[in-house]
Design a protein around this ligand. Structure first.
Ligand code: PLP
Length: 386
């Protein structure tokens, strides 16, 4: 198998797995229990928090663990919306966010919040002028993702911070797809809230974090015990946190070198594809992108058919976000970048990772050329028959 869908999920780092095992087998205590056995689990959670805080560049108390990137996004968006409701009801986001943010904003709209969906340019970058113009006295939250999951395009968060901070507006960024891929301590971006997820950076699934800058107004969205400073009730996933923190450290430490390696491979893939296949567009090619991601649109073919055609050859790629697989709607991200519905439907996402080597890239470019040619032949034969 050639796995090129690392933006959907990554394999578990073997070192992270080894670090987790003792907390699944012997030290399985509840971190909230008062006796020493519980204390061992508590210590592991706190060590994980410290380790992740080092990667993020923040204080350990500014990290809250939760169960997924989706939950972390929900906590950030709903938590600020509720905490600041007396001050205003306006939330600004972009048309290209992950559904974890978009659908949360849509749900809040039904509760009486006003939502502004900012456009992006044809490279998939948010227009700062439009963002600035959208901010008003009622604006309480801006939520803009760091790197897009479909195109890899990185948003100018530092520039957005300059706009939100001077107006006292809270800024959240979903860094699920940039964490561990860019040589940056993401707490130093300047956002007030940052979302991370374990399984996108070679950690386990079902564990994630929200960085909450000290002093950021936030209400919990789950009620229960007082876990995680009362912000996220529920017994901590001890082994998951241990594995997440270990994997995050490896990913952050290696991000510069690995990023350079992946960029060379991604560029090689794109060069082969654009030189051997006609009528192809690389989405976001002119923008700053995370180095592992390539979004490609092929005229006159269907993305689902390309994915199935490559799957037969043992190559895993996707049409976009894993969460919307099976969803016949064209990608909202590509539509926002100005692609037509047909163009968007002829798109695939290829995301490279730690085990990707040159041979896999070359084999994929070759398989893609054959698959596209076959699909175009079929569709032109169909057109002639009609
Ligand atoms: N945000 C982005 C940008 C993502 O790509 C994803 C997953 O694809 C999520 C949030 C959701 O993360 P999780 O799968 O941990 O719920």
């Amino acid at each position: 198998m050639i796995y090129l869908d690392h933006n959907a999920t990554t394999p578990l780092d073997p070192r992270a797995y080894e670090a987790m095992v003792p907390y699944l087998r012997e030290r399985w205590g509840n971190p909230s229990s008062p006796y020493r056995f519980g204390g061992e689990a508590r210590a592991a959670v706190e060590r994980g928090r410290e380790r992740l805080a080092e990667c993020v560049g923040c204080r350990p108390r500014e990290i809250i663990f939760c169960s997924s990137g989706t939950e972390s996004d929900n906590l950030a968006v709903r938590g600020v919306a509720r905490a600041l409701r007396p001050r205003g009801n306006h939330i600004v986001t972009t048309a290209i966010e992950h559904h974890a943010v978009l659908n949360t904003c849509r749900a809040l709209e039904k509760e009486g919040y006003r939502i502004t969906l900012l456009p992006v340019n044809q490279d998939g970058v948010v227009e700062l002028k439009a963002l600035e113009a959208s901010l008003g006295t009622e604006t309480i939250l801006v939520t803009v993702m760091h790197a897009n999951n479909e195109t890899g395009v990185v948003q100018p968060i530092e520039d957005i911070v300059a706009l939100t901070r001077e107006r006292g507006v809270v800024l959240h960024t979903d860094a699920v797809q940039s964490a561990g891929k860019l040589p940056r301590r993401l707490g130093e971006l300047g956002a007030d809230l940052v979302t991370f997820s374990g399984h996108k950076l070679y950690g386990p699934k079902g564990v994630a974090a929200l960085y909450i800058r000290d002093g950021t107004p936030l209400w919990p969205v789950t009620t229960g015990g007082g876990h995680e400073r009362g912000l996220r009730a529920g017994t901590e996933n001890v082994a998951g946190i241990v594995g997440f923190a270990d994997a995050a450290r490896t990913a952050f430490e290696g991000s510069e070198c690995e990023g350079r390696r992946l960029r060379v491979l991604r560029d090689r893939l794109e060069a082969q594809v654009t030189s051997t296949i006609r009528k192809v567009r690389i989405n976001g090619a002119h923008a700053h992108r995370v180095p592992n991601t390539s979004s490609m649109s092929f005229r006159g073919v269907d993305g689902e058919s390309i994915v199935l055609g490559l799957d037969i050859r043992g190559i895993c790629v996707s049409t976009g976000s894993a969460c919307s697989t099976g969803d016949p709607e064209p990608s909202h991200v590509l539509l926002a970048m100005g692609l037509s519905a047909r163009e968007a439907q002829g798109s695939i996402r290829i995301s490279l990772g730690r085990e990707t080597r040159e041979e896999a890239v070359d084999a994929t470019a070759h398989a893609l050329a054959e698959t596209i040619e076959r699909l175009r032949r079929i569709s032109s034969a169909r057109d002639e028959a009609e």
